[in-house]
Design a protein around this ligand. Structure first.
Ligand code: KET
Length: 466
């Protein structure tokens, strides 16, 4: 690259012209090997970027070809962890991301995970590529864990299971399939929902709209609104449902409500699409938390289910999960699986082996499986204890008579506090409590020792900030 410090004026370049930057440099300016050309950018309708072709500037020769790339905002959830790290106050508390911590607020590696990893070392397992669909033992174990090994959908080989890059990657793969095989079909998502759902469908070019879910007045489920919106959607839409422990609200339908939701989805020929990121974490029971999915499968419906082992096995960074597509025939399932593989191959080729082996070892070994269930109950139990202590602290300290019992009705890792953005900002700026701006706190990142401090912060933010 030239080190000439000549100032260049690149004003209103013609949209499609290759730009000869300076006549007396004789030829085109070489920047990092390629010549500088400002071709009309292919527009991405979902991302608001400015076209290079309209660039107008005065710059030194060391000009970047990424000049037109704008700064992206921090992620609403993972960005909270970045801000937390940068805070030096010793009272700070990270209740942003849904990640389990011990009572000492340290990350936790499950004992069964350590044992499964030791097994892998002892066996001297290799690092060869996995097949595109992932580790066969994992795919079998994960589908059986979800549906139950004796479920007819398993027995009749009607489930297409493909290992994915955890819950997110599995949702993204399913979104790619919807885009390819159901062009124009809409995905209905709950309002509110996990923030990344919208990004996933936007990037996959899948249209989506929201159905009513949370009622701030009752701090509960807007069941009638939900049913009405699902009914009103165009026939054959996909309905995204949180299998258990709805994120961010912590409010799940009752079994009777699930039946009615299934009725409406069947009536409208919609396709249910479950996101199961917390199996075992909501109630402490793997079977109970899969109840919603199994209820739909028992009706003979076709459905999609994305699974994640980030939370229930603490495998956040291993990126292990799966997409399951239940079909009405084994033949259709085989074809769906072949197409999921076809979509995965150019995206990431094949999935990572480490987490898949851990899950297969834990689920496939009766002793480790029972130890896992005990550890999961321990984690879910710790979260329930801090939930109770937070409620007790709020009730004891808040003299206004406000009813905080909604916190006890919510389940899973989170509590949806009802704090608005300004109040959530106060939690962070004044109290060093890091949380998402929708008022969600991760109880998995809270200790019994910090409950009173958190209660003080919530009471102050709720009553003194509007
Ligand atoms: N679905 C839901 C509902 C969900 O809350 C998460 C993660 C995922 C899928 C994906 O997780 P994965 O690690 O890709 O398997 N939620 C937490 C972390 C995140 O935002 O990525 C969270 O809400 O804090």
């Amino acid at each position: 690259m030239t080190s000439t410090s000549t100032m260049l004026s690149l004003a209103s370049a013609p949209p499609t012209a290759s730009l000869s930057v300076h006549e007396n440099l004789k030829g085109r300016l070489k920047l990092g090997g390629g010549s500088l050309s400002f071709n009309k950018e292919k527009a991405n309708p979902f991302i608001n970027t400015k076209s290079f072709s309209r660039i107008s500037m005065v710059a030194a020769v060391k000009i970047s070809r990424f000049e037109g790339v704008t700064m992206a905002p921090p992620d609403p959830i993972l960005g909270v962890s970045e801000a937390f790290k940068a805070d030096n106050d010793e009272k700070k508390l990270n209740l942003g991301v849904g990640a389990y911590r011990t009572e000492e607020l340290q990350p936790y590696v499950l004992n069964v995970v350590k044992k499964a990893e030791n097994l892998m070392v002892e066996r001297g397992e290799n690092k060869e590529y996995l097949p595109i669909e992932g580790l066969a033992a994992f795919n079998k174990a994960t589908a059986e864990l979800l549906f139950g090994a004796s479920n007819p959908v398993i027995k009749e080989q009607r489930v297409a299971t493909v290992q994915g890059l955890s819950g997110t990657g599995s949702l993204r793969l399913a979104a790619a399939m919807i885009e390819r095989y159901f062009p124009g079909a809409k995905v209905l998502i709950s309002s509110p929902t996990w923030g990344n759902h919208k990004n996933i469908f936007n990037d996959a070019r899948v249209p989506w709209s929201e159905y009513r879910y949370y009622d701030p007045k009752t701090v509960g489920l807007d069941f009638d609104g939900m049913i009405a919106d699902i009914k009103a959607a165009p026939e054959g839409s996909f309905v995204l449902l949180h299998g258990c422990a709805h994120n961010p609200t912590g409010i799940d339908p009752t079994p009777e409500q699930w039946e009615k939701i299934a009725d409406v989805i069947q009536e409208k020929n919609h396709i249910p699409f479950f996101d199961v990121a917390y199996q075992g974490f909501a109630s402490g029971s793997l079977d109970a938390d899969a109840g919603s999915v199994r209820l739909f499968a028992a009706r003979g419906m076709e459905l999609l289910v994305a699974q994640s082992y980030s939370k229930n096995l603490g495998l956040y960074a291993e990126r292990i999960g799966a997409i399951n597509v239940v079909c009405t025939s084994a033949d259709a399932a085989a074809r769906v699986k072949s197409q999921l593989k076809r979509l995965a191959r150019p995206m990431y080729s094949n999935p990572p082996i480490h987490g898949a082996k851990i899950v297969a070892n834990v689920v496939g070994d009766p002793t480790l499986f029972n130890e896992w269930k005990a550890e999961m109950e321990m984690m879910a139990g710790r979260i329930k204890n801090v939930r109770q202590k937070l409620y007790d602290s709020l009730t004891a300290k808040d003299k206004s008579g406000k009813d905080w019992s909604f916190i006890l009705k919510q389940i899973g890792m989170f509590s949806f506090t009802g704090l608005n953005k300004a109040q959530s900002d106060n939690m962070t700026n004044k109290w060093h409590v890091y949380m998402t701006k929708d008022g969600r706190i991760s109880l998995a990142g809270l200790s019994l020792a910090k409950c009173e401090y958190l209660a003080d912060a919530i009471i102050d933010s709720f009553h003194n900030v509007s």
